[in-house]
Design a protein around this ligand. Sequence first.
Ligand SMILES: Nc1nc2c(ncn2[C@@H]2O[C@H](COP(=O)(O)OP(=O)(O)OP(=O)(O)O)[C@@H](O)[C@H]2O)c(=O)[nH]1
Ligand SMILES: [Mg+2]
Length: 325
Amino acid sequence: MKIDVNELFDGIKKSNVTALSRAITIVESKAKKHQIFASQLVNLAKSEKKQSIRIGISGMPGSGKSTFIDSFGMMLTNLNYKVAVIAVDPSSTVSKGSILGDKTRMEELSQSENSFIRPSPSGGYLGGTAGKTRDLISLFEAANYDIIIVETVGIGQSETEVKTMVDFFLLLILPAGGDELQGIKKGAVELADMIIINKADGDKLKLAKRTKLDYHQAVRILGQSNKFDKKVVLCSALEKTGLDKIWKQIIEYTQAENYSSLLEENRKKQDEYWVDKTFRNTIIDYITSNPNIKSKIVDLKSKILQNEISTELALIELLDSINIE
Ligand SMILES: Nc1nc2c(ncn2[C@@H]2O[C@H](COP(=O)(O)OP(=O)(O)OP(=O)(O)O)[C@@H](O)[C@H]2O)c(=O)[nH]1
Ligand SMILES: [Mg+2]
């Protein structure tokens, strides 16, 4: 299959969905022959310098992320925004049903002409394949998407990672009281720019209101997010309540006087993080793929586990054996 990068990119700029899908496949591809095209496409996309609002959504499995994105995304497309979603869905990755899984869970949005939903391929992007999500974000921006949403399940590491890709990080939590509140995840709450208590409907509404107060308290104790005045809001993704408030809040942030300099600073920091990370991963891959080092690690590991050598001494021996000219 011949790839004409310039032609493909022209298609992307015209928001051609077929061109965009093809570019995404190339960028996601692990095949060596695609890598050069992928980096050309991403570079072209970045040079367009299109502006978008990048929003990360995180939360425990079942907190309603997909439902929220479906409703929130529909509200945005109705406001005439083009919305792209990158859905990281480990639960359906296991069953290899990733594509169907999340497409159906964002049923309404997936049918909208102004949306593009991309479930992550098996294994996901986070962690391993550094920066693929960011590359996709660039492609979507070049294809004139105004709002890019990244969904990720809240299991520690992934939240920290998503935070390095987006402008706003929204944490979805469920109404909970008493002992469950002990589980307020300090790290995630600190990372979040907004805390959304979802499923604030039916007989959970009362509990949701109490949870809101508790989180207000927690936010106050933990201190504010360094960028914005962190908000705790109620929402029902199912009944579509609270969504407009959340959007209004985001718009307000973007209209703040110092927003563009904060945004620039934040994205620059993110770029630095990813350059560092990519370098680090490349070096680690390079070193650990060396067969001598591989067997040395196996050998030292077994010695450590049998208490024949301390970890510290093993590390010294390992580093001694890695002799980079
Ligand atoms: N009552 C109520 N139920 C909701 C709401 N939002 C989502 N749900 C339900 O909660 C369940 C889980 O919703 P999902 O949107 O799949 O949750 P998720 O966070 O994307 O889940 P994972 O992708 O598996 O991590 C579904 O049965 C939804 O219908 C809400 O606002 N109110
Ligand atoms: Mg989901």
